[in-house]
Design a protein around this ligand. Structure first.
Ligand code: HEM
Length: 503
């Protein structure tokens, strides 16, 4: 008994020394922060995830309000809320890298999102840009045609409900739209969510449950997921169904079908130009520096693109439609602009929409305040360290920044919490753009930025041109969100009553 007691005392003493060292003798100990988070990150994570799911970002916000721009958010982590430091971390040539502790939990390592190594990342990035995400006018036109076709399909379905006077589930409509766009772009055929009676699809449902559960089970779940990679699909269904791995398994037969259907076709430069993303990733001529992807890695990249491209734009659209409708003046100005630019609904096009100043201002404000990826994106300080306000921070520490905070930083944004598109029509608006953190900046900025803009232009222009839109049975409380890496709205789905405009 005495020996057990002695052992316990010894363990407690060791633990106490570790905690004291972390709190008072660590290179970051000068910074104020979450004491429990630093003393015992595991306990703190459990508390956060069970009791305060998706609320960490708001706790960090409060810490910044109390202590200023730098707070300690973990043993080795600082959270930084200073736009000028954000510009330094993300500048071209920056040696800050993604933090594996975080990215290995939310992505597959050998993908555009998950790569840590800049050379591997550059090689994959250039294949994907050439295949589908290049910002050239020709490629944007190609994306626009796809988006216009899907938006027309969605609005035709909305029209049926408008005529019958039935409320429309805007939330589900937007999720279906972005998923059909990105699935068709990635795999050569869409999931058909827009044709489904309730705009659904097994993929969308999985995605939703993944992000519902992402926070509290994150660590365990991804460990299980990794182990499950070597187990047959039927088995990990029992271990834990809603994982990225599950998504990958769902995507595999579709990818396999597509790859098989292309077998025998000669892959040459010409066919590559027309091909979807899978073709580019499996083509031997995709890049000089890379081999065609094996089937597992291909599936992981496809799932990454489906996830990154499916949920983000739709959340921005849902948030945006709600806020435009809630703000009478904004709503009126936008509709006036659209009615002038497009005398008939069928005139709405990407080409016409992207040059409209007020629509542009609305989209920028949606992206600024709506932040589909609101939370921390951790980067590792390079080996040589970093000079933070005159204090040396050793290499290996982690800097976190969050779009939710940067996009509302009072030194840059006047009345930051207001939804005010007019701020983008003032003479200094060009200056503001560099501080927008919604798509991140630098070499690891969003790959699908132009596609996202395209969907936002065409969907908002078409919806508000074709219909009178009145929010139905949805409140501000429904639109509150939690940070589950992507945002998850807390309440009921956004609904609206739509009625046709006269012309
Ligand atoms: C409004 C819509 C969108 C927003 C706000 C958004 C935001 C972001 C942000 C903040 C990042 C950086 C993430 C990080 O550093 O960990 C990112 C990366 C990425 N996004 Fe988006 N995104 C959007 C739409 C899309 C779309 C439509 C796609 C299409 C496939 C996409 C694909 C990606 C990919 C592949 C990455 C990883 C890029 C890399 O690390 O090089 N995103 N996005």
């Amino acid at each position: 008994m005495d020996q057990i007691l002695l052992c316990l005392c010894f363990l407690l003493a060791v633990r106490a020394v570790i905690v004291i060292r972390r709190l008072y003798f660590h290179p970051l100990s000068a910074y104020p922060g979450t004491k429990l988070g630093i003393a015992s990150p595991t306990l703190y994570k459990l508390y956060r995830n069970f009791k305060r799911r998706g609320q960490f970002i708001f706790e960090i916000e409060q810490l910044h309000q109390k202590h200023g721009p730098i707070v300690r958010s973990g043993i080795n982590d600082l959270h930084i809320n200073d736009p000028s430091i954000y510009l330094q971390i993300t500048k071209i040539g920056s040696r800050f890298r993604k933090d594996p502790k975080f990215y290995d939990r939310i992505s597959f390592r050998n993908t555009s999102l998950g790569f840590l190594d800049p050379y591997q990342h550059r090689a994959r990035h250039s294949i994907l840009v050439n295949a589908a995400f290049s910002p050239t006018p020709k490629n944007i036109q190609h994306l626009a045609r796809l988006v216009e076709q899907k938006v027309t399909k969605l609005c035709d379905r909305f029209d049926t409900w408008a005529v019958e006077g039935i409320p429309v589930n805007i939330h589900k409509g937007m999720k279906a739209l972005s998923m059909d766009v990105i699935s068709e772009l990635t795999m050569g055929r869409s999931f058909g969510c827009l044709d489904h009676p309730t705009f659904s699809n097994v993929f969308l449902e999985q995605l939703h449950s993944i992000f519902q559960e992402m926070t509290w089970m994150q660590k365990i779940l991804f460990t299980v997921a990794k182990v499950s990679l070597s187990t047959p699909p039927w088995m990990f269904r029992f271990v834990h169904p809603p994982t990225m791995v599950m998504m990958k398994e769902l995507a595999k037969p579709l990818i396999r079908d597509y790859v098989d259907s292309r077998k025998g076709e000669v892959s040459n430069e010409q066919s590559l130009q027309k091909a979807v993303i899978i073709d580019a990733l499996t083509s031997p001529s995709g890049s000089k520096n890379t081999k065609p992807l094996d089937f597992e890695t291909l599936s992981e990249e496809v799932v990454t693109l489906l996830t990154a491209g499916g949920d983000t734009v739709s959340s921005a659209l849902i948030y945006g439609i709600y806020h435009i409708c809630r703000n009478e003046q904004v709503h009126r100005k936008l509709v006036e602009e659209l009615l002038t630019a497009f005398p008939a609904t069928d005139d709405v096009s990407y080409q016409g929409a992207h040059s409209l100043p007020y629509l542009n201002a609305c989209i920028k404000e949606i992206l600024r305040t709506g932040n589909p990826l609101p939370g921390r994106l951790p980067r590792v300080v390079p080996q040589e360290g970093f000079d933070l306000y005159g204090r040396h921070i050793p290499g290996g520490c982690v800097f976190n920044t969050s779009a939710y905070l940067l996009n509302r930083h009072p030194s840059i944004w006047d009345r930051p919490d207001d939804f005010d598109p007019d701020r983008w029509l003032k003479s200094n608006s060009g200056l503001l753009e560099q501080y927008m953190a919604s798509f991140y900046r630098g070499t690891r900025q969003c790959l699908g930025k132009d596609l996202a803009w395209c969907e936002l232009y065409v969907m908002l222009a078409r919806l508000f041109r074709q219909f009178h839109v009145v929010i139905h049975d949805t409140s501000d409380a429904d639109m509150e969100w939690i940070d589950a890496v992507l945002i998850v709205f807390k309440g009921k789905n956004l609904k609206a009553m739509l009625s046709r405009r006269d012309t």
